[in-house]
Design a protein around this ligand. Structure first.
Ligand SMILES: Cc1cc2nc3c(=O)[nH]c(=O)nc-3n(C[C@H](O)[C@H](O)[C@H](O)COP(=O)(O)O)c2cc1C
Length: 321
């Protein structure tokens, strides 16, 4: 498969700390890169393009310092561009990402086609988030280097396809990079994704419950206390199928089993910075998302400790005693 050797040799694990709205910030990304896993973040986490420029400069400086301190290059920073047509900042965020000369970009919630030309001209590796074989085919036609397969059980706005079938269906026509997203709760799962034909795995939920994530302490604690059965698949909050933590819905005074109709509550509006300060938006900020991989969250380690633990689990499967 086609993960560039120069990239692979810098990774401790074939892993991306997945981009998460209001969760992935500079501390998490910098710690991930220093630990040897790709550190992703949605550019929407910055309220302005100036702030995005500052984040990227800070992350770049830290990577240079890490290289000086350790004598080896850290893993790449990977901005996530939400390319949906409702996002008015795509062009400005793209320009910031190009200014920072990042090595990898992930596109999500829409076709990567409009941003492909400038990113490829800049020599950037482009991974597109896809949730169906038809989306995968379209992304391949647009010229992406890799596909992030969003599968059933993923945190946030989830996929619905079974991961085993999805990877094999995509491998039937695609020999580029494949990333598994959804349900990766430990090193064993990452090794299994590789066996299936993936080059990399996404881990989202487990990184929410790290010391460096931007998530509130109560959110992290709820992840530790929750188990797989606490995840509710619903369209009530974002209009799209999203995996949510049932106890956080109940704590907001709603009945998880009798939610208002699809999209009646629009957490996605938070994406628009102007909406974030509205009292209603604030209320929904305490209704939280997580994936099935919540089953693997048992504590709130540092990013370095989570990566170390995951690397040990992965090595135990790869090199059985
Ligand atoms: C709170 C939260 C926010 C997310 N925000 C984004 C986002 O802004 N962009 C994106 O591409 N994916 C987003 N995702 C999806 C993750 O990148 C990833 O696909 C998912 O977490 C993988 O499943 P896992 O949580 O079981 O590891 C989000 C997920 C969560 C839980």
């Amino acid at each position: 498969m086609t993960l560039p050797t120069a990239l692979k040799s810098r990774l401790r694990l074939p892993l991306i700390a997945a981009p998460m709205f209001l969760v992935s910030g500079p501390a998490l990304v910098k710690a991930a890169c220093r630990s040897g896993v790709i550190g992703a973040f949605p550019t929407a986490n910055c309220r302005t393009v100036d702030e995005l420029d500052r984040w990227l400069a800070d992350m770049g400086d830290d990577r240079s310092r890490a290289a000086d301190e350790t004598g080896r290059a850290p893993a790449p920073v990977c901005p996530n561009l939400i390319v949906h047509r409702s996002n008015p900042r795509v062009a400005d965020d793209l320009a910031a990402v190009l200014r920072a000369k990042v090595e990898i970009v992930i596109t999500s919630v829409g076709s990567p086609e409009p941003v492909m030309k400038p990113l490829k001209e800049a020599g950037c590796l482009v991974l597109a988030d896809v949730a169906s074989v038809r989306h995968a085919e379209k992304a391949v036609a647009a010229g992406v280097d890799g596909l992030v397969l969003l599968t059933a059980g993923a945190g946030g706005q989830t996929g619905w396809v079974n991961p085993f079938s999805f990877v094999r269906a995509v491998r039937a026509f695609w020999d580029g990079i494949v990333v598994m997203a959804g349900g990766m709760s430990d090193g064993q799962a990452i090794a299994a994704a590789e066996t299936l034909g993936c080059d990399l795995a996404y881990m989202g939920t487990k990184f929410i419950a790290t010391r460096e994530s931007l998530a509130k302490d109560a959110y992290k604690a709820l992840l530790v206390a929750s188990r797989l059965d606490d995840i509710l698949l619903t369209r009530a909050f974002t209009g799209l199928e999203t995996n949510m933590l049932r106890p956080s819905i109940a704590a907001a005074g709603l009945d998880p089993d009798n939610l208002p109709p699809r999209g009646a509550i629009d957490i996605a509006k938070d994406i628009n910075a102007a909406e974030r300060e509205k009292p209603q938006a604030k209320r929904w900020k305490d209704i939280w998302s997580a994936g099935h991989s919540v089953s693997g969250v048992t504590d709130i380690p540092s990013v370095a400790d989570l990566v170390e633990r995951t690397a040990r689990e992965y090595a135990a499967v790869k090199r059985p005693a």
